[in-house]
Design a protein around this ligand. Structure first.
Ligand code: DP6
Length: 403
């Protein structure tokens, strides 16, 4: 269809959406910074696009005079090395597929392209958007050029964690051994339907931006942290196998324990980095302690936290725990202003907390510290958007003017 459009009007367009993912065995450290090859494998849960997604439209036309990029409505630098790496790799695969032959129906690889991308969540919320962003860019470009192969290897060139957003459900990024990165790809461990009771609560915290970006931070860790070296060589291989088993068996106790331990070890490697990097804040530690008090009160793992290179907490729980734990969070961090929009995403029912639970778990409330809670669940990988009215670029190849 894209090719037909191209021949007819000299303009081809494709739109895709892609999800955010949250790692439960963390990626931290590269062995090749250009190809983005990690020092250890990692494993993540893909979050549902109903709550968090990036939408990207890619267009090519013989009338375009230069490559252009718009992010959330504002023009951005299309020359960014990682954007260029993804573009180059997709075009290389398209060329290879055509075998160098003269396929006159195919979209010309010499046409310039326009790309527009936007998130359905506020960038200011500090939710990892580069993984969804690059997964979406690569998916839309692949559609535009009619590629059908697995493209996690290309998404990886945009951002390491982006390769895991190329699949839904539970996804492993296998570190690979080859120097050219051809075996450093994402594999689906289980689809999003595998564990229907699993829920995810993103606690969006108020406050500052992260001090050090992951790309720079992880390289300092590779250079200075002996703990990171031990983690990559010894700890992660064992944990990866364990985590796969917990997921396969839908064992929340095992899954939750290991997710918390792995998040904590990642942050320990940050402290072991020299000079040290601090991503956890007083509030993160408050949330960690709260989760442990809650689990302690119940006598088993009901909730599990994980934190990336930013201040938001991500909590895993089974569906039957969500209402009670959300009420615990509401009591612990009483909403300052937006009481009615404190819980967003999937509906959360009411819950009454017993005096025993309140006394044991909700110690000293910190008003306003958590901005809101986003309730979501595991979801599918990138999707093609068929409806042309959903394109982010108009027939002129420019973003719709939103008056
Ligand atoms: C802490 O994928 O953002 O979220 O490859 O340099 O783009 P680059 O880094 P990025 O790092 C993510 C680190 C993490 C853990 C994880 O997602 O596995």
């Amino acid at each position: 269809a894209a090719a037909a459009m191209a021949a007819e009007r000299g303009l081809a367009m494709a739109t895709c959406t892609a999800p955010v993912n949250i790692a439960v065995i963390k990626y931290w450290g590269k062995r090749d910074t250009d190809l983005i090859l990690p020092i250890n494998s990692s494993l993540s849960v893909t979050l549902h696009q109903d709550q968090l997604k990036t939408t990207t439209t890619a267009a090519a036309s013989r009338d375009f005079t230069e490559d252009r990029l718009w992010l959330n409505g504002k023009e951005a630098d299309v020359g960014h090395p990682r954007v260029q790496a993804c573009l180059r790799e997709v075009r290389r695969l398209a060329r290879k597929r055509r075998g160098g032959g003269e396929d006159t129906a195919a979209l010309s690889l010499s046409y310039k392209i326009h790309i527009a991308s936007e998130n359905n969540f506020p960038t200011a919320a500090g939710l990892a958007s580069s993984a969804a962003g690059y997964a979406c860019l690569v998916s839309a470009l692949a559609r535009l050029y009619g590629l059908e192969e697995e493209l996690s290897e290309v998404a990886r060139r945009g951002s390491g964690s982006a390769c895991r957003s190329m699949f839904g459900g539970f996804v492993q990024w296998q570190r690979g051994d080859r120097p050219d990165g051809s075996d450093s790809l994402a594999l689906q461990v289980a689809p999003e339907t595998h564990w229907p009771e699993l829920r995810v609560l993103v606690l969006v915290v108020s406050g500052e931006k992260k001090p050090v970006g992951s790309t720079v931070g992880m390289q300092t860790s590779v250079e200075t942290s002996p703990l990171l070296k031990h983690r990559a060589e010894v700890v992660v291989p064992e944990r990866l196998a364990q985590m796969m088993r917990h997921i396969r068996e839908r064992d929340f106790e095992g899954f939750g324990q290991l997710a918390m331990r792995d998040s904590n070890q990642f942050h320990a490697t940050c402290l072991d980095t020299f000079p040290p990097i601090f991503y956890l804040t007083d509030l993160s530690r408050h949330i960690i302690a709260l989760a442990h008090r809650y689990n302690g009160h119940h006598g088993h793992t009901k909730v599990a936290y994980t934190f990336d290179a930013g201040p938001n907490a991500v909590i895993f729980a089974l569906a039957d725990t969500v209402a009670e734990f959300v009420e615990v969070v509401r009591r612990s961090f009483p909403p300052a202003t937006n009481g009615d929009r404190f819980v967003r995403g999937l509906p959360v029912g009411p819950a009454a907390l017993s005096p025993e639970l309140l006394a044991a778990v909700v110690t000293k409330p910190v008003p306003g510290a958590v901005q809101y809670i986003l309730h979501t669940q595991p979801g599918p990988g990138p999707q093609l958007v068929d409806d042309p009215s959903q394109h982010l670029l108009g027939a002129d190849g420019l973003p719709w003017s939103r008056a």
